[in-house]
Design a protein around this ligand. Structure first.
Ligand code: BTN
Length: 242
């Protein structure tokens, strides 16, 4: 089942010293008909984040996008995003840095909650099947504090092993080793959001309450004054320190 989910190893790995955006490169490859490609760049000139934000991409970071055509319904796409966040968080821990995940896919430093990494998933779906899916990760690995905004940090700043190649390899290996049925359980192990008071800006309005669980394919369950709400997408803020 891992193969159908597309978590197995990519056929092709492309490395570029500099690209506008690895997600854009992967998208062009998808439009040309490619599949199973991992695109890695040393730096990006037009890195993109979630919610139309830009992603600061100085040299020393890991910028990588995986193109897949999994035989899954479009609604399953969030599983890949969560799997990528788990892979990055685990790679951070292996590098000696105490990383946690903020729903859905921000990788943060445990106590300061400064951002180490993010995941941007893009997809084109047909009615019942994903046509192509791109999972892009950006990680501040060998980046100095001066190159980062105040809300961010890096593996190097946190005193971890900042070898980019090793880091990238660990992310890819963990992503491939994950059993899709275990993604939610693995995500919960790293989650900083569960049990916390949160404020989530969703396309349908603000949801506030205690985050109690994550459920397939990656939705956050929030206990509000009006009962439980299941949130599928949005920007999540932790309201109080852990
Ligand atoms: C976020 O937290 O907003 C997600 C950031 C995702 C950034 C990565 S870097 C590699 C890939 N290419 C991009 O342009 N964006 C993603």
């Amino acid at each position: 089942d891992a193969i159908a989910y597309g978590l197995d190893a990519p056929d092709v790995v492309e490395y570029h010293d500099r690209l506008p955006s690895t997600n854009d490169r992967a998208r062009n490859l998808a439009v040309e008909g490619a599949t199973d490609v991992l695109v890695v760049a040393g730096t990006q000139t037009g890195g993109r984040g979630r919610l139309d934000r830009t992603w600061n991409s100085p040299p020393g970071g890991v910028y990588a996008s995986l193109l897949r055509r999994p035989d899954r319904p479009p609604a399953h796409a969030p599983v890949y995003t969560l799997a990528a966040a788990v892979a990055v968080a685990r790679a951070c821990r292996e590098a000696g840095v105490d990383a946690v995940i903020k729903w859905p896919n921000d990788v943060l430093m445990a106590e300061s909650e400064r951002k180490l990494a993010g995941v941007l998933t893009e997809m084109e779906g047909e009615a019942d099947r994903i046509s192509w899916l791109i999972v892009g990760v950006g990680v501040n690995v060998d980046v100095s504090g001066g190159e980062l905004p105040a809300t961010a940090t890096s593996v190097r700043v946190e005193g971890g092993d900042a070898d980019r190649r090793r880091f990238c390899q660990r992310v890819v290996e963990t992503f491939h080793a994950l059993d899709p049925d275990d993604v939610l359980a693995a995500w919960r192990e790293y989650a900083a959001t569960l049990g916390r008071e949160v404020r989530v800006e969703t396309p349908g309005g603000v949801v506030e309450g205690e985050a109690v669980d994550v459920e397939f394919p990656g939705a956050l369950v929030v206990r509000t004054d009006d009962g439980e709400r299941t949130v599928h997408a949005g920007d999540c803020e932790h309201l109080r320190p852990a």
